[in-house]
Design a protein around this ligand. Structure first.
Ligand code: 7TS
Length: 405
């Protein structure tokens, strides 16, 4: 049973007023709120266990290390990684993609090669590949989208060739909500010998992800969009590929032996975790995953579908509203523009009603260019949102329309 009151009670931040109105937090694609169990886990770590990991022989360091590595186990099992050696903690999705572009790309992408991404990528899955292609003389190719905000799969099939060394695709678009057919794309890409990176920043909180079933070579995501802390994320990579990659950063923990003549690198995953990691963040990430598991993706999926359907019906009935992103396979994101009100004005006006949405390009400027809009307003839903909050959003939109009429 999905108990919305209990779930809302798990998130202390939700219980507050903004300008005298109850907060309706509908900016979950930017970051989700944190349940009390995650907040407690992070503060308990600092109150009781704080020490550096993998170094000290003392009790605190042993406890911190055990908790840090236990979180790695939790993450590995959540995504069904082949082993914990494939689980590399990073600062987030952005750092994970930069790590891959720099380390894997630096070795495997040469002049004349192609990197194939899609028109709906977040800037963090565009810019690192542009930088790499510029550096080595490779070419960036882009799978186009249609008016619903879906990938044009015929074009993908055509663009994919022996020259394609990497396919980078977002699992769920933050600007459109589209869920992409990544299984198909991975299978096709592997058949031509390309490696596939899936950007799971949005998907991981909403869909069950099994990296072995997907057969993804790299899967990356951020804890803060999964009810966990900011500043931490994960790269799950295929071990045989990770072994071919040089370290991304040099420093402590990523070595096994250093002399001035030569350094030997540590084993996976430590080779890619230079320096003191975000220990509290990683431990909090583990707890956030346990929280998601305690609800389960069946319940999460069903509930979020209901909410999206409810909001979509309201959007369709709303005069002067144009939805941006109407894919058949879609989750949790309602991106739109109103005839008469700029998205930024809209964001400000609905904020006065206690409603938090995002207005802007959502770090997906090519999507805005395709739909020929400067920005969109975006409401993005999570497990703790309610139909009443959606109603509040639409009343606030009515007010905004009236002001600008
Ligand atoms: N990829 C996707 C699909 C995203 O939605 C985001 C963040 C990122 C990558 C980058 O994640 P980070 O944790 O490294 O920053 N998306 C958003 C958003 O939609 N609003 O704020 C951040």
């Amino acid at each position: 049973m999905f108990d919305i009151e209990k779930i809302r009670g798990d998130f202390p931040i939700l219980n507050q007023e903004i300008y005298g109105k109850p907060l309706a937090y509908l900016d979950n694609a930017a970051t989700t709120q944190k349940p009390q169990c995650v907040i407690d886990t992070v503060s308990r770590y600092y109150e009781h266990d704080n020490a550096n990991v993998h170094r000290g022989v003392h009790a605190l360091s042993e406890r911190a290390t055990a908790d840090y590595e236990a979180a790695r186990k939790t993450v590995a099992s959540f995504f069904n990684a082949r082993s914990e050696r494939e689980v590399i903690f990073t600062r987030g999705t952005t750092e994970a993609i930069n790590l891959i572009a720099s380390s894997w790309g630096g070795v495997h992408i040469k002049a004349g090669d192609e990197v194939l991404i899609t028109h709906m990528e977040h800037h963090s899955n565009i810019v690192p590949w542009q930088m790499l292609c510029d550096r080595v003389g490779a070419t960036l190719k882009v799978v186009p989208i249609n008016d619903h905000g879906e990938l044009i799969m015929d074009a993908f099939d055509t663009l994919l060739s022996e020259r394609t060394k990497l396919v980078g695709v977002v699992h769920m678009s933050n600007a459109l909500g589209t869920i992409n057919p990544v299984e198909y794309m991975i299978e096709k890409a592997h058949a031509t010998g390309a490696v596939v990176l899936v950007d799971g920043a949005q998907a991981a909180a909403h869909l069950a992800v099994d990296v072995q079933e997907l057969d993804a070579d790299f899967y990356v995501t951020s804890a803060h969009k999964m009810y966990g802390p900011t500043g931490v994320g994960v790269l799950i990579g295929r071990e045989t590929i990770l072994e071919t990659m040089p370290p991304y950063q040099g420093g402590g923990d990523m070595i096994s032996m250093v002399t001035f003549e030569k350094t030997e690198y540590n084993n996976l995953p430590y080779k890619f975790e230079a320096g003191t990691p975000h220990i509290a963040g990683v431990i909090g990430f583990g707890k956030a995953i346990e929280y998601i598991q305690s609800i389960g993706f069946d319940a999460i999926g069903k509930r979020e579908k209901e909410l999206l359907a409810y909001a979509t019906a309201k959007a369709e009935a709303f005069d002067g509203l144009r939805q941006i992103g109407t894919a058949k396979e879609k989750a949790c994101v309602l991106s739109f523009v109103l005839d008469s009100v700029h998205p930024h004005d809209l964001g400000t006006i609905v904020d006065r009603e206690g409603v938090a949405i995002r207005a802007g390009h959502h770090c997906a400027m090519p999507v805005m260019q395709f739909f020929n809009v400067p920005a969109t307003a975006r409401a993005s839903f999570s497990i703790y949102n309610t139909e009443a909050e959606v109603d509040t959003l639409f009343s606030a939109l009515k007010k905004a329309q009236a002001i600008f009429a």
